[in-house]
Design a protein around this ligand. Structure first.
Ligand code: ZN
Length: 139
């Protein structure tokens, strides 16, 4: 994955998606990109709201876009911020959202496109997911 052209595109796409972030309250831009099992790419950004609680993170935006277009299996997801000197991981809600659709590769990306791969197993230890309910995502 990491040596492919597709992966380089994923890194760039998550950083570029920040340009569409709607974050007038936090001014904290987040961009996200994912590649589906079939190789299609989706991007998303954070979308804030004056009520604050209705804010949607970039990770949930991109997953919702992909699922609503018929995709439920993801190869990789990348999260980009403007923080130049450290990596930022998803919030708890987004970790739950990522867990829902099964194992994928997770990357955190700095503005200069340096990245770290984050182990899926550490996303949400003992997380509550579809396997807990012993169901599939076919419904
Ligand atoms: Zn989040």
């Amino acid at each position: 994955m990491e040596s492919s052209a597709e992966f380089k595109k994923l890194l760039s796409a998550c950083q570029e998606a920040k340009d569409r972030a709607y974050c007038p309250y936090s001014n904290f831009r987040v961009g996200c990109a994912l590649i589906t099992e079939r190789g299609e790419m989706f991007t998303g950004c954070n979308v804030e709201n004056a009520s604050y609680g209705l804010t949607i993170c970039a990770e949930r935006t991109v997953i919702t876009k992909a699922v609503s277009e018929g995709h439920r299996k993801f190869k990789a997801i990348a999260v980009g911020t403007d923080i130049p000197d450290s990596f930022a991981g998803p919030c708890g809600a987004c970790r739950q959202f990522i867990l829902e659709f099964g194992e994928c590769e997770i990357f955190f990306v700095k503005p200069d496109l340096t990245y770290m791969k984050f182990p899926f197993e550490q996303l949400l230890p003992m997380g509550f997911g579809p396997k807990t309910l012993d169901t599939n995502q076919n419904s």
